[in-house]
Design a protein around this ligand. Structure first.
Ligand code: BGC
Length: 391
């Protein structure tokens, strides 16, 4: 962790008559100073728990002008809760996770975390770059998954508040050392979560390196727009993708792009997640349901609509906008009722779904896929927005 001390952090008055906020934040993990009441946007910082070595972990509660909230911890850059209104204005927590830090420390299928250095799988845990073969930690049978044994979801990030005129947020920084989990180069990663007044959770990713390395950062939130009261099979999903990357039995892409038309992978028109998930279709067998990367239909650079999910009983709608070329739609197939999450709720089969914006899995071994290699002097910069509404 860097020894740098952050200078006086953000200082903003967003409304006339608003009380100003002054906060000082050190990269050692201490935050002092806090908001004073009287303004619509709000950031509250409390202690979430302690790491086994005694290090304190924080919990940021971001509140926007509409009263929506996001709770984010600097352990794993995890979104612990996300409260969004339904069609009647009722707030509910629409992401899976745990009530306390201990839950996340014991066992978690990446609930709400940022995964890296490489989100998704790298086949055989190996890749060759500039003539050198690198061997990564293998934590998913013979493959590397979500950064290895101790990925970005299991480290303590430096943190500081972000105040904007129409949003509040937290900026999280992590220095992944040369050789960590087998990756080359010191990688400095910054992830900024913003909760905007438009009920959006915006995630900006930034990274730089001192040696060429693969990078693929994503958010691993498990959404359940009912508020977590039942499985996600009734959610209606649209994916803006005409093709997907088919996988082998170990969920490693074969390298081909396959058309979705005429298959249960076709979500170009909204369809309930559960409508075809048990179909007799080879690709649905390996992951026990949907667990694939879709190739997004994009026009040029910039933010583009990747997915739209509607939950009919509450009217909640989630749109996913991204600068990334792909999205992993994972239907929570490996949830099996063995995890008890927030408020004592048991997470049964397919109780949450993930929409992980990304570059394609195993890209370091697939020259035909868009490159995931970041070189010294370059900037890795991507943005994803989860936008919520209700109808
Ligand atoms: C992957 C699944 C994996 C899950 C872990 C998802 O991103 O696609 O295959 O089991 O993460 O919780």
């Amino acid at each position: 962790m860097s020894t740098r001390t952050w200078s006086w952090a953000a200082l903003v008055a967003v409304l006339v008559g608003a009380t100003m906020v002054l906060s000082s934040c050190k990269s050692s993990g201490q935050v002092s100073g806090k908001k004073v009441t009287g303004q619509a946007l709000d950031i509250d910082v409390t202690t979430f728990g302690k790491m086994p070595d005694g290090q304190e972990v924080k919990l940021y509660t971001l509140t926007n002008a509409k009263g929506a909230t996001a709770k984010i911890t600097n352990y794993g850059a995890i979104v612990v809760s996300l409260q969004m209104p339904d069609a009647k204005g009722k707030m509910d927590d629409i992401v899976l996770g745990y009530d306390d830090l201990d839950g996340y420390l014991k066992v978690t299928p990446y609930f709400g975390a940022i995964v890296g250095r490489y989100g998704n799988r790298i086949g055989g845990g190996k890749f060759t770059l500039d003539g050198v073969t690198y061997t990564l930690a293998t934590n998913d049978k013979t493959n590397h998954l979500h950064g290895g044994n101790k990925g970005f979801d299991k480290v303590v990030w430096d943190h500081r508040m972000v105040w904007k005129a129409d949003a509040v947020g937290v900026e999280l920084t992590y220095l992944s050392k040369d050789g960590e989990e087998g990756y080359p180069g010191n990688l400095k990663a910054t992830v900024t979560y913003l909760l905007t007044n438009k009920n959006e959770l915006q995630i900006d990713y930034l990274a730089t390196t001192d040696k060429a390395t693969p990078v693929n950062l994503t958010h691993h939130g498990y959404f359940n727009l009912t508020g977590g009261t039942r499985d996600i099979l009734g959610h209606e999903l649209m994916l803006n993708a005409d093709t997907f990357t088919p996988v082998d039995a170990g969920l490693i892409p074969t390298g081909e792009l396959q058309a979705v038309a005429g298959t249960p992978m076709d979500f170009t028109k909204a369809s309930p997640i559960g409508a075809r998930i048990e179909a007799d279709f080879e690709q649905l067998k390996a992951g026990g349901g949907y667990d694939h990367n879709w190739v997004l239909n994009r026009k040029g650079k910039g933010l583009s609509l990747a997915a739209k999910v509607t939950e009919p009983t509450t009217g909640r709608v989630m749109e996913v906008w991204t600068t990334e070329p792909g999205i992993q739609f994972y239907a929570g197939n490996f949830l099996d009722g063995t995890i008890t999450g927030k408020a004592g709720r048991v997470y049964q089969h397919r109780w949450g779904f993930c929409l992980e914006t990304q570059h394609f899995p195993d890209s370091p071994n697939k020259p035909s896929f868009p490159s995931t290699i970041l070189r010294p002097g370059e900037k890795y910069e991507t943005t994803t927005i989860y936008r919520f509404s209700a109808k």
